[in-house]
Design a protein around this ligand. Structure first.
Ligand SMILES: [Zn+2]
Length: 318
């Protein structure tokens, strides 16, 4: 459910309207002091756009302690960026975002990552039937000249290999049938990495369905596990003992969605930022039934306490 551009413009005519919306979304019970936590005991100072806390006498703004902390951009630009990102089906590149908002590429890149931080949700615990599969993110490794290969470090992907067996970052995806999807970046697709990634994601009673990757066989030691044998061209079967329909179609359709977003919109992404892109994809997928405005307000609440500085993003700070 998207909001039309006209509806957005009517709701956000100017900076004051944007500020009021941020305040309503973040503080449904009245302004909450960033310093002492007092709720509904602050006076707005129109000149500085800050709130003055009557309890601790300090000042705070609606952006304090969120990814928008100390922003130099107008809140209307933030609202516009959040709207554009939420209402697009696959996401928006920093280049496009910069063009649409009339801001520089570095500003748009940073803005995009901070908005993405607000999309990250607390992982739900998945139960029932849960399909699991992995996805290899980023562009396939390119053929490189021998001279550049000589300088490879251990992290560099081996040349010209696709899919399993490459050193591209792996995203492990768990999709509950008829429910939410959780995606986690893991260092390898080995059994230990898979087991520890799944530990806080799936309920011990859940029936896990996977393809025949050997690393998945270990799942069956701790909980119900059914596999389809893709290498024998088996894509779905009915399990005789439980009557369950065994396939991984749901998780594969999410992975296709995420892959299209990554390669179509973002082209290639580094391991450092991968978690935020997978967070964006799962947010989009899991919240698609909610209205655009509900998703936007949800992001403001998610942003509580999440700081993300330019220095951190660009690796200029420890
Ligand atoms: Zn206070």
């Amino acid at each position: 459910m998207t909001m039309t551009l006209r509806a957005f413009n009517e709701m956000f005519p100017d900076e004051d309207a944007a500020r009021a919306w941020f305040e309503r979304s973040r503080w449904p019970h009245g302004p909450e002091c960033y310093h002492c936590g007092a709720v509904g005991n602050a006076a707005y100072m129109p000149k500085t756009k800050f709130w003055h806390c009557k309890s601790c006498k300090k000042q705070f703004s609606v952006t304090a302690g969120t990814p928008m902390h100390r922003t130099h951009l107008p809140l209307l630009t933030w609202a516009h960026a959040i709207y554009l990102i939420v209402s697009s089906s696959k996401g928006i590149s920093a280049v496009k975002l910069g063009e649409m908002l009339g801001i520089s590429y570095p500003s748009a890149w940073h803005l995009g990552h901070r908005v993405r931080t607000m999309m990250a949700e607390a992982n739900p615990i998945l139960s029932g039937v849960v399909e699991i599969d992995e996805m290899y993110a980023g562009a396939p490794p390119r053929k490189r000249a021998k001279s550049s290969r000589d300088h490879d470090d251990d992290d560099a992907p081996p040349a010209n290999r696709k899919g399993r067996g490459t050193k591209r970052p792996v995203v492990l995806v768990a999709a509950k049938r008829g429910g939410d999807v959780v995606a986690k970046v893991i260092p390898t697709h080995g059994k230990e990495a898979i087991a520890s990634a799944l530990a806080n994601v799936i309920d011990r009673t859940a029936t896990v369905m996977t393809d025949g990757l050997p690393a998945y066989k270990h799942i069956g030691k701790t909980q119900p596990h059914l596999a389809v044998n893709h290498s024998a061209r088996e894509y779905a079967r009915t399990d005789a003992a439980t009557g369950n329909r065994v396939h991984v179609n749901r998780v594969e359709s999410f992975n296709g969605f995420m892959r299209r977003a990554v390669t179509g919109v973002f082209h290639s992404i580094s391991v450092k930022h991968l978690g935020r892109y997978t967070g964006e994809a799962t947010f989009r997928w899991n919240q698609k039934a909610d209205s655009c405005l509900d998703r936007m307000a949800r992001m403001i609440r998610n942003g509580e306490g999440r700081l993300l500085t330019y220095a951190f993003l660009t690796g200029k700070a420890a």
